[in-house]
Design a protein around this ligand. Sequence first.
Ligand SMILES: [Zn+2]
Length: 124
Amino acid sequence: MTRELRERWADVEPECGDGWLDIIDDTLAEIRETVEAEDMDESGMNLLDVEVKRVATWKGLLKFWIQAPNLGELQSILEHAKLRSLWTCEMCGEDGRMREEKQVVRCRDCATEQELKLTKEEMN
Ligand SMILES: [Zn+2]
């Protein structure tokens, strides 16, 4: 995360595994770019209006809680982040998949024996 973004949303402590930190960085950068571009329009919204309330694992996937005057375009950015988390191991950032029964996204290495067993049929 860039220093600037850290300062802007410094109080946001991601409640998820380290494997998703890249997604969070990218997402915050995208939010910033979008809001700054919008500002050039006439929406009047600027970065100070956008609050990142929480970033956490929610039902197995990455979720952002954002407060902004106009969520509009930000919605698709958040949706994209969620979709990326579906295929990214929450622990290590390698390719992962949803371990259905446990509702966690893990790669083969990070999944427990039990989680692997539960998804074995799908993987073959
Ligand atoms: Zn992993």
